[in-house]
Design a protein around this ligand. Sequence first.
Ligand code: TYD
Length: 219
Amino acid sequence: MTHIAHADPRSTARGRLVTLEGIDGAGKSTHASWLADELTRRGRRVVATREPGGTPLGEKLRELLLREPMTHETETLLMFAARREHVERVIAPALARGDIVVCDRFTDATYAYQGGGHGVPLPSIAALETFVLHGLEPDLTLLFDVPPAVSRERLARAVAHGRALDKFESEQASFFGRVRDAYRARAAAHPLRFRVIDSTQPITAVRGILARIVDEIAT
Ligand code: TYD
């Protein structure tokens, strides 16, 4: 027995699933909260959430995923375990209520990080996606795109301000190069769903782009 079918935006749901993606240091989390606030200001009911996480169990899995060494396959399975809880308990009910879900990372991150970054075969990820999501896809995915060098520089600045890096953030530049390439390949394969935003621009310029996107989805 599953409630997932009700979450399919192509069938009964009236809400929208908007996901934000990008390599670490692309600025996506800052933009996620701005986007959620702006949509709320425009009178939409918004659920702002994140992956891995978004549920009590998912947040526990996030702790493990961001700290514990594990095989790439285990990592992939735990990402999807957290995602299954998230869809069932948070995303599907919100979409069924007609809310806009603003989700900081979703399945594209698994294709990019575990697939592109760690070399987990893409067909294995696709099989898990089918098993866990039953065809649920974001309505809109914003890819905040920066070269790995820019991401490194931003992360180094965060470290200088006393922030500790997690397991993924501590990866080499070559890893982020592969993750970025995988994200861009996803965007090229799904051109109607993705918007690629040049995130080397100043925050105000990116906000200008987001403001136009808000105009499209708030109505
Ligand atoms: P991130 O979204 O960057 O959070 P914060 O903004 O708080 O730093 O951190 C989540 C990390 O998890 C990020 O490095 C990417 C990684 N990740 C995957 O590797 N696969 C996934 O499927 C998801 C959702 C995240």
